[in-house]
Design a protein around this ligand. Structure first.
Ligand code: MG
Length: 170
């Protein structure tokens, strides 16, 4: 049985994940304008993944016969003034999302809502990977960002990222 608090948090998370997609679309747009198509591609795929996350929360609630209520998605609010700004904002955002997922997990645990906990297990692991990816981007930018040739190579590397559907199937 899902209690109202857990229901509310899961419903809110649909919005948070769509906001994440919107934020990463903004990042992609920033890099597109900079002429760094590889970075733009990387964040475009990131945005697609976030949309998938939103749909997983949506589908989970529907599978549990719980009402879904969609709210307005905020405008991306990070000020993007340099490449490193973008990457740091990405890491900060992922840490925030991790805290949201952990909070829902804690509420589900409290409520002995084992089905929600099992659903969230995938997201707990996913957030670990998201933070690692965001950290790796920062490290690479620190190492290579100031040298145009290296930045070009890094951009090429990021251009190779391809979309794949989430491994979690509901
Ligand atoms: Mg996400």
């Amino acid at each position: 049985m899902m209690n109202e608090r857990v229901h509310e948090l899961l419903n809110d998370q649909i919005n948070k994940e769509f906001y994440s997609a919107y934020l990463y679309l903004d990042f992609s747009n920033y890099f597109k304008e900079r002429g760094l198509d590889g970075f733009a591609n990387w964040y475009m795929i990131q945005a697609q993944e976030e949309r998938d996350h939103a749909m997983l929360f949506y589908q989970f609630l529907q599978n549990e016969s719980k009402k879904v209520t969609l709210g307005a998605i905020d405008k991306p609010d990070k000020e993007l003034t340099s490449d490193m700004d973008v990457l740091l904002a990405g890491l900060e955002h992922e840490k925030y999302v991790t805290s949201l997922i952990h909070n829902i997990y804690a509420e589900a645990y409290e409520a002995k809502d084992f089905r929600t906990m099992q659903f969230l297990d995938w997201f707990v692991k996913e957030q670990g990977e998201e933070e690692t990816n965001a950290n790796d981007m920062i490290t690479k930018m620190e190492l290579f960002g100031s040298d145009p040739k290296s930045l070009y190579m890094l951009n090429q590397e990021l251009a190779a990222r391809v979309y794949s559907a989430p491994s979690l199937v509901l």
